[in-house]
Design a protein around this ligand. Structure first.
Ligand SMILES: *[C@@H]1O[C@H](CO)[C@@H](O)[C@H](O)[C@H]1NC(C)=O
Ligand SMILES: *[C@@H]1O[C@H](CO)[C@@H](O)[C@H](O)[C@H]1NC(C)=O
Ligand SMILES: *[C@@H]1O[C@H](CO)[C@@H](O)[C@H](O)[C@H]1NC(C)=O
Ligand SMILES: *[C@@H]1O[C@H](CO)[C@@H](O)[C@H](O)[C@H]1NC(C)=O
Length: 345
């Protein structure tokens, strides 16, 4: 009797749970924690984003699944979402409008996927985004900006992708960036990377945190830290006069790879050329430059001093000689006078 009642109530409770789940839309493979507004669907072999989420869900954990594509409407009723973890899935591309409903999203984790291309609209609809993890994907290049709503981004991870370069404009469009991670890419350290170097120096100077840029090519810079390659070696790209190029060619013959690139980009579109030209932006004060200035000033001062000394010596010598000449002249004049006097006498 008691057992039957217990069974009955258990059935009742479980059916109530199922009904509330259905009403709230918890996917059968997920765990929905109402209190923390979290939906946990990790490690469930899911191939798509669960369509219905309990109203007001703030955290959606979808890591370690096999999601390949995200439908344009996957997040239509997820506007309260603050954290979206899609790490370790099989996503190869993102439609530009995928995240457009996520007005409150703060953390978007897309690490360990197969994303190869990022559209400039994909993250454009996320006005509160703070952390964007795009590490361990196949990203070959990034757009010139991540959109016009990226002012709150404080962390950007691009580690372990296939990036050769990054547009300085993209980084400059993230004014609140505090942490940026670059390691594990195939950075090409020719003149194209000059803008990144300038930006990174200024970013670190302002207290930003970065794991640095390690060059992959050209061969002679492989494994080198971008920040430790002196500015002078990028001079080739800045000069547009081909005569200067030829004059420099000999001097920089060991950097032939980048020279070729500089040449080809020079004959290419205007855009690539201006891209390559280091603009006279305010740089953080560099010790090397200060030193160079001191040395040049010293040399010029030395030359001036030497010239003044020479002038002084010359002046003295001249004065002495004229004095001597005058003395001799006057004495010879006297002698002459004497002689003539003798003669007249
Ligand atoms: C990634 O997800 C798969 C399941 O899809 C899992 O077997 C694997 O352990 C996960 N990798 C990591 C690093 O968590
Ligand atoms: C993204 O998820 C991975 C684990 O899958 C974690 O190591 C990493 O810290 C997360 N990134 C962010 C920005 O939270
Ligand atoms: C996105 O990129 C395209 C070219 O690829 C450009 O025409 C467009 O202006 C860009 N949009 C934004 C918002 O940057
Ligand atoms: C970005 O700016 C363009 C025009 O500057 C505007 O049409 C577009 O709606 C903006 N996008 C967002 C997501 O605000």
């Amino acid at each position: 009797m008691l057992k039957a009642i217990m069974k009955g109530s258990l059935l009742l409770i479980s059916s109530v749970i199922i009904i509330t789940d259905a009403v709230n839309g918890c996917h059968p493979k997920c765990l929905c924690h109402q209190f923390s507004k979290t939906v946990d669907c990790r490690n469930r072999g899911l191939t798509e984003v669960p369509t219905h989420l309990p109203v007001g869900t703030q955290i959606l954990l979808l890591s370690n699944n096999r999601i390949q594509k995200i439908s344009q409407h996957a997040f239509t009723d997820a506007s309260a979402l603050k954290i979206l973890d899609l790490s370790n899935n099989s996503i190869s591309g993102l439609l530009p409008g995928t995240f457009k409903e996520l007005q409150n999203l703060q953390i978007l984790n897309l690490t360990k996927n197969f994303i190869g291309y990022v559209d400039n609209r994909t993250f454009s609809f996320l006005p509160r985004l703070k952390e964007l993890d795009l590490s361990s994907n196949n990203i070959l290049s990034l757009p010139g900006t991540l959109g016009n709503n990226t002012g709150h981004i404080t962390l950007l991870s691009l580690k372990h992708n296939k990036l050769q370069k990054i547009d300085k404009l993209l980084l400059e469009s993230l004014p609140n960036l505090k942490v940026v991670l670059f390691k594990g890419n195939i950075w090409q350290c020719n003149c194209q990377v000059f803008g990144l170097k300038l930006w990174l120096e200024s970013f670190l100077y302002r207290g930003g945190i970065s794991d640095g840029v390690i060059c992959s090519s050209p061969e002679n810079r492989k494994g080198k830290d971008l920040l430790k390659i002196p500015y002078e070696l990028y001079g080739i790209c800045s000069s547009t006069a081909s005569q200067v190029h030829q004059a420099n060619f000999h001097h920089y013959s060991e950097h032939r790879g980048s020279m070729k690139h500089a040449h080809s980009s020079e004959h290419g579109g205007d855009g690539s050329r201006s891209h390559c030209e280091p603009k006279p932006k305010p740089r953080p004060v560099s010790l090397r430059h200060a030193l160079a200035t001191v040395i040049i000033t010293g040399v010029i001062c030395g030359i001036v001093c030497l010239m003044m000394l020479a002038a002084a010596v010359y002046g003295c010598a001249y004065a002495a000689m004229t004095a001597k000449y005058h003395r001799e002249n006057s004495s010879s004049g006297k002698e002459k006078g004497n002689q003539s006097g003798e003669r007249t006498i």
